[in-house]
Design a protein around this ligand. Structure first.
Ligand SMILES: [Fe+2]
Ligand SMILES: [Fe+2]
Length: 334
């Protein structure tokens, strides 16, 4: 998933409306570390949680196309344009796999898109930040796709089969995205003084929001005993807590920043020999909640653009439906 920063999780208490028989069957599969498939009975809470998570993941993929698509026509060479175009198309593909995976849980894609458009469902807040320079395309690949990989690799072992299988392919593509971002910054940071400064500026702006992608700290309500995190771990959906994933990301990324010759904008960043991890400074959670609630630099722009794209595409959906109806009628005659 792009992040864990979507806000209010389902309350475990809201999700207890299922029968003992279903529960026993389901617990057996989970206990044996087997996959739950669309044909399997499952507790309503599990189904709802997955629909919500997969939908928000899908929304993040397609909204995430916007900040980088902004740079396709301005990328500095034909090669860069082609690579960035492929990357943005990959994100559209990730959205498609994920909406399809959500549909196996008995929900309609149209309904999920409506919920995105009317604000009932969220996408990762990282995409509410603007891409101001070409170096931002690099920083997004390196940091945002890097954080996405951290979240998504454990999801390859998610208990829900269609989601886990989608993640295997998605992760392969995300690792290409991460490398292309790193390579953009590598080129810039080995370039002129102005290019180096551009790379540093992008790292300065994207570092903290990318740490926020892992969601609220483990001291919050969701992470309390009996809360969302514990429930999702018991269901085999979540494998690591938000803070554990964030720490893994910091540990992976700091040496990469050193290789790039970039300084991460955190004076408290220091190797802690005793813990065997990098210590880092406090995250501005006020900013996190503000952006999540809609007050980020680009929230309005992203959702308006999405709604317009959806309306402009109405004729394609109508044509596809008409074609499908015609093909079905033909088959009936035959
Ligand atoms: Fe993606
Ligand atoms: Fe990606």
């Amino acid at each position: 998933m792009y992040g864990n920063d979507f806000g209010e999780p389902l309350n475990a208490a809201e999700t207890s409306d299922y029968t003992d028989v279903v529960q026993e069957y389901f617990d057996g599969l989970i206990g044996a570390d087997k996959r739950i498939e669309p044909r399997d009975a499952m507790p309503e809470g599990y189904r709802k949680t997955l629909i919500r998570q997969i939908a928000q993941h899908a929304h993040s993929e397609i909204i995430g196309m916007q900040p980088e698509a902004n740079w396709i026509s301005r990328a500095p060479s034909l090669r860069r344009k082609a690579i960035l175009m492929a990357k943005v198309q990959d994100e559209a593909g990730h959205g498609l796999y994920l909406y399809s995976a959500a549909e196996t849980l008995g929900v309609d894609r149209e309904e999920l898109l409506d919920k995105l458009h009317n604000g009932q469902q969220k996408y990762s807040s990282i995409f509410n930040y603007p891409t101001l320079t070409w170096a931002d395309a690099g920083a997004i690949g390196w940091l945002v796709d890097g954080a996405a990989i951290m979240n998504q690799v454990p999801l390859c072992r998610c208990s829900y089969g269609p989601y886990a299988r989608a993640m295997i392919r998605v992760c392969k593509e995300e690792s290409f995205h991460q490398r292309q971002g790193f390579e953009i910054l590598w080129t810039l940071s080995n370039g002129t003084e102005a290019q180096k400064a551009m790379a540093q500026d992008a790292a300065n702006r994207w570092w903290w929001p990318s740490l926020m992608m892992f969601g609220p700290p483990d001291t919050g309500e969701a992470a309390a005993p009996g809360g969302h995190t514990e429930q999702n771990m018991a269901w085999g959906i979540k494998r690591f807590s938000n803070d554990d994933l964030r720490q893994k990301f910091v540990d992976m990324t700091v040496p990469q920043a050193q290789k790039l010759g970039l300084t991460l904008p955190d004076p408290d960043l220091a190797w802690n020999e005793e813990r065997g991890h990098w210590d880092f400074g406090p995250i501005d959670w006020d900013e996190f909640w503000r952006v999540l609630k809609g007050d980020g630099p680009c929230n309005e722009q992203r959702i308006t653009h999405r709604r317009t794209a959806h309306e402009d595409g109405a004729w394609v959906r109508e044509a596809a439906n008409a074609y499908a109806a015609k093909a079905a009628a033909k088959q009936e005659v035959a």
